[in-house]
Design a protein around this ligand. Structure first.
Ligand code: FE
Length: 262
């Protein structure tokens, strides 16, 4: 169930944010809520209590009723049940997709793309021109989101990726997004105080380096082309790929130094 919970956030990120809002926090509708509000709140409270009790007991045993699931997981399970019953989704297809993201898709794919761009100027031009086409042409994966854009870091410009609305992320090249990427503090501070956020990640830029923050959407995803570190001259693509970190492709880190992987 945990795996399916993750899937819903992959496919229906925007939708689920609307669906899962607790009834008590819905804007407006107070008159209508007065009929059922107490009942719903009591039900929600009961569920919360059950989860709290289950979590308290978690160290001792897992009961067979599934109440060790978090509130989010319970909500996702309910949603999945409804969508399955209505014939909108096939649970086995969800499992297959989630397994692919958990075991086959990850930042190692993005790292191969970056290493290729570092060692092949024609590919780098193609990548910056149209990342969707360039990445697909490599034949590593057979699907890239609707619109992938590669942005190049230079000594004068540092790019950083965020999704201020929710958690849009280039899954196909970076795999599952880190928890911090989806957190409210990162999403707001990346825009208000990008230099401060970078400092938290241990990234210090020269004062004259501009920072550009790119806001992802459901249709448009970004990948940062980090600067190639010095000292890796003559390295083949496979070795170069070992220098490319996930965070360097989000813009919250640099590529590793050759001395770090040698
Ligand atoms: Fe998003």
């Amino acid at each position: 169930m945990k795996r399916r919970a993750a899937m819903f956030r992959i496919s229906f990120g925007h939708t689920i944010m609307l669906v899962i809002r607790p009834s008590g926090s819905r804007k407006g509708g107070q008159a209508a809520a007065s009929h059922t509000g107490n009942k719903e709140r009591a039900k929600l409270a009961r569920t919360k209590l059950e989860i709290a009790m289950a979590e308290k007991d978690d160290h001792h045993h897992h009961d067979e009723h599934g109440s060790e699931l978090s509130e989010m997981q319970l909500r996702v399970r309910a949603l999945e049940t409804v969508l399955t019953e209505k014939g909108y989704i096939d649970p086995s297809a969800l499992d297959a997709i989630i397994e692919a993201y958990e075991t086959k898709v990850g930042p190692h794919i993005g790292a191969r793309v970056i290493a290729k761009a570092w060692s092949d100027p024609a590919f780098k031009r193609a990548l910056l021109d149209n990342a969707t086409e360039a990445v697909l042409a490599l034949g590593i994966i057979n699907r890239v989101g609707d619109h992938l854009i590669a942005v190049e870091n230079t000594p004068k410009l540092h790019n950083m990726i965020v999704c201020t609305l929710c958690s849009c992320y280039p899954w196909e090249v970076l795999g599952l997004p880190p928890v911090w990427y989806k957190s409210a503090p990162y999403r707001s501070r990346a825009v208000n105080d990008p230099r401060g956020v970078l400092a938290d990640f241990g990234v210090t830029l020269p004062a004259d380096t501009n920072i550009r923050v790119w806001d992802s959407t459901a249709e448009t995803r970004f990948i940062v082309l980090p600067m190639r570190p010095a000292g890796a001259e003559g390295w083949d693509e496979e070795k170069l790929a070992s220098l490319v970190t996930r965070d360097s492709m989000i813009g919250t880190g640099f590529a590793k130094l050759p001395s770090e992987v040698a």
